[in-house]
Design a binder for this molecule. Structure first.
Ligand code: GUN
Ligand code: ZN
Length: 431
């Protein structure tokens, strides 16, 4: 049994529904036993409950739950920062040529290893990851994640039209590829790239996989870019809107995570909410690719679930705190503005993602019994963050969390644990 002593923040309740959903312990303790949370609370109380536990004094730093990224592409790690495009020309000119390089499994393994290291270094312990169009490359990602000890959900990316020829598969081959990966790896996700690159036969295959394997997850893109939405309407003339394409093939339910949904209509929002689908909101990508502004207030009104995704490499990096800050900034200036609170930002980066992936019983906050998945942040000496926190801490926990989300980046992350095991330590912490 170990006690970590530091300031601790988490959101075991939903701050979009309840006031005071931020659980804050400025002199806090997280008691860990066998990789699980035994207790989380005020240091004095937790210490009294576990007088024999070893104490790690981490005061001066901040513990948050491990971040949950609900939408990220592993083959795109090396093209982050390709600015000046919109979705379809970005895919054609920059992204798909890079994704084609993953046909070389040695190249793919190197990318997978960089990718999981970057997740861990940014405090992301759970992620829903778009795999590769190639089965060996997707296997390399699962293997790299397993080796690192991260909770990665992923699958073979499926396309049989619109993308360059070497990224296409026949639906029957895609089916066999999915089944053989599913046999080898846990946390498999059926992953057609988007309706634009999947024929009806391919979407049928996706539906068959979901029917044959109850509990299997599903992910894809939806309503990201206006040109994409128009093209999908042209390709599926029978469909009343974009969502209806996925509905028709039985792909929509509580296990589905759809990325973006910027241009969804009110009826789509209503149906998404009724089906319990989660939207992966990717604010840096939405801005970088000029895709549009996520209608967050409309999602809230409709009761549609959403969490955050970095959408690397359309997004600007692996930082989930940066993503939450971007969501806050953009919503301030949206046509229908919404002011996200620090508690809501923390929730969107942690527990909301766990709910989207159906792992809220395992991770996302520090309720007793959950896995000890955590990020330990310590502002560097002399940093602006350090100075701000000295003052913010005197005022309120919300101020502290707001300052962390505004100013903390990967350089502030000293340690990341997954089920109580370090998956990342900065050089200073190791020495
Ligand atoms: N739609 C289809 N593929 C992609 C992708 O790789 N990134 C984003 N942002 N949207 C997509
Ligand atoms: Zn994406």
């Amino acid at each position: 049994m170990t006690i970590l002593r530091a300031a601790i923040f988490h959101t075991p309740r939903n701050p979009f529904r309840e006031a005071k959903a931020l659980a804050a312990h400025p002199d806090g303790a997280l008691a860990l036993d066998g990789g699980r949370v035994a207790a989380c609370g005020e240091y004095a109380e937790v210490r009294a409950a576990f007088p024999d536990a070893e104490v790690r004094d981490l005061r001066g730093g901040y513990i948050l739950p491990g971040f949950v990224d609900t939408h990220i592409h592993f083959p795109q790690v090396r093209i982050i920062g390709g600015l000046g495009y919109t979705l379809l020309d970005w895919l054609e000119q920059l992204t798909l040529p890079e994704e084609a390089r993953l046909a070389d499994t040695a190249y793919a393994s190197a990318v997978a290893s960089e990718f999981v290291s970057s997740l861990a270094a940014h405090g992301t312990t759970t992620a829903l990851v778009f795999g590769s169009h190639f089965a060996p490359a997707t296997a390399a990602l699962f293997e790299a994640a397993e080796k690192r000890g991260l909770r990665v959900f992923s699958g073979l990316v499926l396309s049989d039209r619109s993308v360059r020829a070497e990224l296409r598969q026949q639906p029957e081959a895609a089916y066999r590829g999915c089944v053989s990966l599913m046999d080898r790896f846990r946390r498999y996700v059926v992953t057609p790239r988007f309706a634009l690159s999947a024929s009806e036969a391919m979407l049928e295959i996706c539906g068959a996989l979901l029917r044959e394997h109850p509990g299997l997850r599903f992910t894809t893109h939806i309503n990201e870019n206006r040109q994409e939405v128009e093209e999908v309407a042209r390709l599926f003339p029978w469909s009343r809107d974009y969502l209806n394409v996925y509905e028709r093939f039985g792909l929509i339910g509580r296990n589905s995570v759809l990325a973006h949904n910027i241009h969804g209509n009110d009826d789509e929002l209503r149906r998404l909410a009724a089906a319990g689908v989660s939207i992966a909101h990717c604010p840096t990508s939405n801005a970088a690719l000029g895709s549009g502004i996520f209608p967050l207030a409309r999602h809230l009104r409709a009761g549609a679930r959403f969490a955050l995704g970095t959408d690397v490499g359309g997004g600007t990096g692996f930082g989930m705190m940066k993503e939450a800050l971007q969501a806050y900034l953009i919503q301030r200036v949206a046509a229908e503005p919404e002011i996200l609170t620090p508690a809501q930002m923390l929730y969107l980066a942690t527990r909301a993602g766990a709910e989207a992936l159906g792992v809220e019983g395992e991770t996302g906050d520090f309720a007793a019994g959950k896995c000890a998945d955590l990020v330990y942040l310590r502002p560097p000496e002399g940093s602006v963050l350090k100075g701000v926190l000295r003052h913010a801490g005197d005022q309120s926990p919300e101020r502290t969390v707001g300052a962390l989300f505004t100013l903390a980046d990967a350089a502030c992350i000293e340690e990341v644990q997954m089920s109580g095991r370090a998956v990342f330590q900065s050089r200073e912490a190791i020495n």
